[in-house]
Design a protein around this ligand. Structure first.
Ligand SMILES: O=C(CO)COP(=O)(O)O
Length: 141
């Protein structure tokens, strides 16, 4: 079964996501893709051959839907082009998504150059994670 990979981009980074998706269309075709609403729409418009399911838009719960997928072991990788220069009404959701990706040791790329590396390493095998529930409270700091 193909690994599931999420594509998300803030508004200022959506053109970069479209460019990324076009450049890697062949590699992305190996994954079941999922995207937040607007990002997913832009990617599908540019690359209609890709298998991509759209969730809600980020500010309306899309980031939280992705977080739930991580917690349930239904997501294996996250490419999230974040905009660090604009205030976001749903900043807490963005942080929560990144937090869960970190808790579950999920491959996560936050900018195009890291996403290039992630896809290169995932090309042949699909994204691998332990998909085990991490121990909570094992670190004191
Ligand atoms: O806001 C987002 C991520 O935080 C992305 O949502 P959209 O893809 O719907 O714009």
């Amino acid at each position: 079964m193909p690994a599931t990979l999420a594509l998300v981009a803030h508004d200022a980074k959506k053109d970069a996501m479209v460019e990324f998706a076009k450049r890697h269309e062949d590699k992305l075709a190996a994954f079941d893709l999922v995207g937040t609403g607007t990002t997913g729409g832009r990617v599908l418009e540019a690359c209609p051959s890709l298998k991509l399911s759209r969730l809600k838009s980020g500010p309306l719960g899309g980031d939280q839907q992705l977080g739930a997928m991580i917690a349930e072991g239904k997501l294996q990788g996250l490419i999230f082009f974040v905009d660090p220069l604009s205030p976001m009404p749903h900043d807490v959701d963005v942080k929560a998504l990144m937090r869960l990706a970190t808790v579950y040791d999920m491959p996560m790329a936050l900018n195009p150059s890291t996403a290039d590396i992630l896809l290169r390493s995932a090309r042949l095998t699909g994204l691998q994670t332990t998909s085990e529930t991490p121990e909570v409270g094992s670190t004191a700091s």
